[in-house]
Design a protein around this ligand. Structure first.
Ligand SMILES: [Fe+2]
Ligand SMILES: [Fe+2]
Length: 262
């Protein structure tokens, strides 16, 4: 039997309306061009740059996302709390408290193939109930039957993301980092067969400061005074990675994707 190659497109943090517009404009064509079986999108900044709402989540699903991952801004928009409990395809970090809304894993199916999606939060400079490296075991048990597994490690510290890649090497198809909104140049398949990148980057305006209007960000840094932040619009790009599997829970390749909005 010839093993079928599964391709997974992972899209980095979608930021604000510019990010959503870019996702809508590019994901359907990318799915065709790359023959992607699955599309996973980090949506933690989809609503005005902070958090996600049911409407913006539906917009990402309509654009072609099979699953949405989140991060430290998960609960910023109160109206999404109930939605996180009822929509199986959206996941928040698995190492949040069980009493917090939502769930940390999901399994999506397409053409007879299944993809398990796990979201984790780093523990350095971030609020998460339990260590990612402990919570991952229960999370993997929840997706034990999936053909492929992708883990989105939403973390500030590069060390936590690198360590998780090594920790899961040979056990999952891919470990992708998110949160910094800046793509790293270290995409590779680790020796055990797990595709890895420290940060996939963002889908949003490169003309800003990690998605925020640059004049506002610079003013806060210069004056040391608080100020309102709005999402930037200038020069939006889609950033992410394409992972091709080589067998069950094994990657053959991972390639970065950097595409300007049309
Ligand atoms: Fe983000
Ligand atoms: Fe984040």
């Amino acid at each position: 039997m010839v093993a079928r190659v599964t391709a997974i497109l992972f899209v980095g943090d979608v930021v604000g309306s510019a990010g959503r517009r870019t996702a809508r404009a590019l994901i359907p064509a990318l799915r065709d061009e790359l023959a992607a079986d699955f599309v996973v999108v980090n949506g933690e900044n989809a609503a005005g740059g902070l958090g996600i709402t049911p409407d913006t989540a539906e917009e990402l699903f309509a654009a072609g996302a099979d699953a949405i991952t989140l991060g430290n801004h998960t609960y910023r928009q109160r109206e999404v709390w109930g939605y996180l409990d009822t929509e199986p395809r959206i996941v928040r970090p698995a190492n949040f408290l069980p009493t917090q809304p939502g769930h940390g894993t999901c399994v999506v199916e397409r053409d007879g193939q299944t993809l398990g999606v796990v979201n984790l939060s780093g523990n350095l400079f971030m609020q998460a109930a339990t260590p990612a490296f402990v919570a991952i075991e229960q999370a993997l048990a929840e997706v034990a039957d999936a053909d492929q597994v992708l883990v989105d490690m939403h973390a500030e510290a590069t060390s936590e993301k690198v360590a998780l890649g090594w920790h899961l090497d040979g056990r999952v198809t891919a470990v992708v980092g998110t949160h910094t909104h800046v793509p790293t140049n270290d995409a590779r398949v680790l020796p055990g067969g797990t595709a890895y990148i420290t940060d996939a980057g963002m889908t949003g305006a490169r003309g800003g400061v990690i998605g925020v209007r640059r004049e506002q960000s610079i003013a806060v840094m210069r004056t040391q005074m608080p100020m309102r932040y709005d999402s930037a619009d200038e020069d939006p790009w889609l950033m992410g990675v394409l992972i091709r599997a080589s067998g069950p829970r094994r990657a053959g390749s991972i390639e970065p994707l950097l595409r300007p909005a049309p």
